[in-house]
Design a protein around this ligand. Structure first.
Ligand SMILES: C[S@@+](CC[C@H](N)C(=O)[O-])C[C@H]1O[C@@H](n2cnc3c(N)ncnc32)[C@H](O)[C@@H]1O
Length: 272
C-alpha cells in the first residue's frame, strides 16, 4: 500500500506536469486555462481535518454541510446514482446489500439511503463511518431515535485493515475524495476492492472555475467563516476526471471503472 500511495502521487504529479508542458506548446486559450487551473490548485488541508480542531467544532461544520446538502437536494441525486448498483447486487445475491460509507460526516446520505431503502422495500444494511469519534456517537444516537437501519463505526478510510474480507458489497464516498491525496485515494480504492464484493462509488465536486467561486458562495449563506473557507479550499482541490481515471487505474491495475459528469459532480464508479 505504501508503494501504491507513492506511485499514484507520482503519476498524478507527472500528468499535471505533462499537461502544463503540452498547453504551453499549444499556447493561447489552452495555456491560459492551464495557468488558471494551476493558480487555484492547493494542497492545503481543510480546517475540519485539522487534528487540533475540537470535535464539537468539526461536528458543527459537517452539520452545516449536511444542511447545505439538504437545501440543494443532493441526497436524492446521490441515491439515484447508487440505486442501480444496489438493485444489481440484490438481484444477483438474493440477500441484503451491505453498503459501507466512508468519511460519512454527519451521516445525511446514510440516513437518506436507509429511508429510501425502507420505502422501496429494499434490504440494505448501511454502515456509515468516519475518523471523528463525535460523528459516530452523534450518528448512532440519531439512528436509534429515528429507528433507521444505519450503524456508525469509527474507521480511518485509508487503514481499513480491521474489516473482514468481502464484508461489504459497495463502498461509497461522497464529497470527500478531495480530502485525500491521489496516493491515499488509490489506497482507499485498492482496500475497498479487498473488503467489498462489487464496487467503489466516489461522488465529488466537478473540478471547474464555476465551482471554485460557487462552492464558497453557497457555503457563505450559513454565515460560518470556517465553513466558507473550507468550501473554497475544497473546490480548489476537486479532482479532474482524468486525475480520477489515472488514480483508479493505478489502484486496480485495470480499466474497470468510469468517471461521469453529473453536473455539478464527478461520479467515479470502480468495479471489482
Ligand atoms: C467534506 S466532509 C464530507 C462528509 C459527508 N460525506 C458529506 O457529504 O456531508 C469530509 C469528511 O471526511 C472525513 N475524513 C477525513 N479524513 C478521514 C479519514 N482518514 N478517514 C475517514 N474519514 C475521514 C472528515 O472527518 C469529514 O467527515
Amino acid at each position: 500500500m505504501d508503494e501504491l500511495n507513492l506511485k499514484a502521487d507520482e503519476a498524478v504529479a507527472r500528468f499535471l506536469d505533462e499537461r502544463f508542458a503540452v498547453s504551453q506548446e499549444l499556447g493561447g486559450v489552452f495555456f491560459l486555462l492551464e495557468l488558471l487551473d494551476t493558480a487555484i490548485r492547493t494542497s492545503d488541508q481543510e480546517l475540519m481535518d485539522k487534528p487540533n480542531l475540537p470535535e464539537n467544532e468539526k461536528l458543527d461544520m459537517v452539520q452545516a454541510l449536511d444542511r447545505q446538502n439538504v437545501m440543494m437536494q443532493l441526497y436524492p441525486r446521490y441515491i439515484d446514482t447508487l440505486l442501480p448498483l444496489i438493485t444489481e447486487v440484490a438481484e444477483r445475491t438474493k440477500r441484503e446489500v451491505r453498503v459501507l460509507e466512508l468519511a460519512s460526516g454527519a451521516g445525511g446520505l446514510a440516513f437518506a439511503l436507509a429511508e429510501t431503502a425502507e420505502q422501496k422495500n429494499l434490504d440494505v444494511r448501511i454502515t456509515a463511518s468516519d475518523i471523528v469519534p463525535a460523528f459516530i456517537e452523534e450518528g448512532n444516537g440519531i439512528a436509534a431515535k429515528k429507528k433507521l437501519a444505519v450503524s456508525f463505526r469509527l474507521l480511518n478510510a485509508f487503514a481499513m485493515t480491521e474489516l473482514e474480507m468481502s464484508e461489504f458489497d459497495i463502498v461509497v464516498m461522497a464529497q470527500s475524495l478531495h480530502h485525500f491525496t491521489p496516493g491515499q485515494l488509490a489506497v482507499i480504492i485498492a482496500q475497498s476492492a479487498r473488503y467489498a464484493t462489487t464496487a467503489f462509488v466516489g461522488i465529488d465536486g466537478y473540478r471547474s472555475m464555476l465551482l471554485t467561486g460557487g462552492v464558497p458562495l453557497i457555503a457563505s449563506l450559513q454565515g460560518i467563516g470556517s465553513f466558507t473557507l473550507d468550501g473554497l479550499t475544497s473546490a480548489r482541490k476537486f479532482y479532474s476526471e482524468l486525475e480520477l481515471d489515472i488514480i483508479s487505474e493505478i489502484a486496480t491495475g485495470r480499466r474497470e471503472h468510469r468517471v461521469e459528469c453529473l453536473w455539478p459532480f464527478s461520479v467515479l464508479t470502480v468495479r471489482f
